[in-house]
Design a protein around this ligand. Structure first.
Ligand SMILES: Cc1ncc(COP(=O)(O)O)c(C=O)c1O
Length: 365
């Protein structure tokens, strides 16, 4: 159709992890475990469910467009002003607002070749020229990314820790990188998995830096267990945030989502359980990988990525696991055809995964 711009025609639709109901329908299996989308396996915090339920009777009204309570709470938590906080429908919603606010024709983006697919979709849809810098050993090559900055560069996108590799860049690496980024360039620092990585000794917590040209993105979708509600947030200099507030869709997130997020912030026990179960699960699963001599990328998140000999073996592994009732993510769409990502589950889900892993490895190797 002549109506559709070329860069939109050439996009492929975003392919999310398969839903359990679809696999159940297709394969007729009794038990299915989904470890494909880096979700929190514990279910949402009970306090959030109650808060969202209590808010339903208010849903004939529009949400508070200023999202006063939630922004205030987030600002207080991180010793900021409310004017430093912007919300969105997931952190992807905030990302989308950032792209619409700051980019204009002629600008360019710099990011890593195999990083978060959600950003890739937004970059491709924007029609803005993007410099995709190859990763090195499944890590950001920050030095080559800094080399790629030119007079047209407007946004640099970094996910730390990264999805789908689970790797991170250190304080020193980030400091060296930032010393090479001009102030006119906006760094989008996506910390969707921050809570899982925060205790790693040399992990840079971007909130401590307060650079005027950095926006930090975080989310309620992972460690807070609210992916289906769609709440994400960004922190930055009030001038940047003030402009984002002019462009953002005014009523995102919705009322139940705002209520659920406010409750989750007060539920320290839920977050603690999440991190403990994830740590234990990660240790258990990677110990089995070691025992089976499977190659994987060490991760500081709630997922771990297996590296196979080639794309054919990775595809066969994913398919065999699926036929056994375990939904995993083959990373072909992320440009890593040899890789399969495994989200850490509950104790039961991890046991099921390990049992099926043994069966599968006997078949495919
Ligand atoms: C690195 C990264 N950023 C952002 C997101 C999106 O999160 P949200 O649900 O907040 O849009 C994800 C989700 O998988 C992610 O892995």
């Amino acid at each position: 159709m002549a109506l559709v711009p070329k860069h939109i025609k050439e996009l492929s639709p975003y392919k999310a992890g398969k839903p359990i109901s679809e696999v159940q329908r297709e394969l007729g299996l009794e038990k299915i475990v989904k470890l494909a989308s880096n979700e929190n396996p514990l279910g949402p915090p009970k306090s959030s469910v109650k808060a969202a339920q209590d808010s339903l009777l208010e849903c004939h009204r529009y949400p508070d467009a200023a999202a006063f309570e939630l922004r205030k709470k987030l600002a207080a938590r991180f010793e900021l002003k409310m004017e430093n906080v912007v919300l969105g429908g997931g952190s992807e919603g905030v990302m989308s607002t950032i792209m619409r606010t700051f980019l204009k024709p002629g600008d360019e983006i710099v990011t890593a070749e195999n990083s978060f697919i959600g950003f890739r979709v937004l970059a491709n849809a924007s029609g803005i020229h993007t410099n995709w810098i190859p990763m090195k050993d499944y890590r950001y090559d920050l030095s080559s990314m800094a080399d790629a900055i030119n007079d047209y560069t407007k946004i640099i996108y970094l996910a730390n820790p990264d999805n789908p590799t689970g790797t991170y860049f250190t304080v020193d690496e980030f400091d060296t990188f930032m010393s090479r980024v001009p102030e006119r360039v906006l760094v989008l620092l996506d910390e969707a998995y921050f809570e899982y990585a925060q205790d790693v000794g040399n992990f840079p917590d971007s909130m401590h830096y307060r650079y005027d040209n950095v926006i930090t993105l975080r989310t309620f979708s992972k460690a807070y267990g609210l992916a289906g509600f769609r709440v994400g947030y960004g922190f930055g200099h009030e001038d940047l945030i003030g402009n984002l507030l002019k462009v953002k869709l005014p009523f995102e997130p919705g009322i139940p989502a705002q209520s659920a997020a406010i409750a989750a912030l007060d539920d320290g026990q839920y977050l603690e359980n999440t991190l403990t179960i994830n740590d234990n699960g990660m240790r258990k699963i990677t110990a089995i990988f070691d025992m089976l001599e499977l190659r994987y990328i060490p991760s500081v998140t709630n997922f771990v990525t297996l590296v196979f000999k080639d794309g054919i073996q990775a595809k066969e592994f994913t398919q065999t696991m699926l036929e056994n009732g375990v939904i995993l993510r083959h990373l072909i769409g992320f440009g890593l055809p040899e890789c399969v990502r495994v989200t850490i589950g509950t104790v039961d889900e991890n046991e099921f995964f390990i049992e099926k892993l043994h069966n599968t490895m006997e078949k495919i190797v």
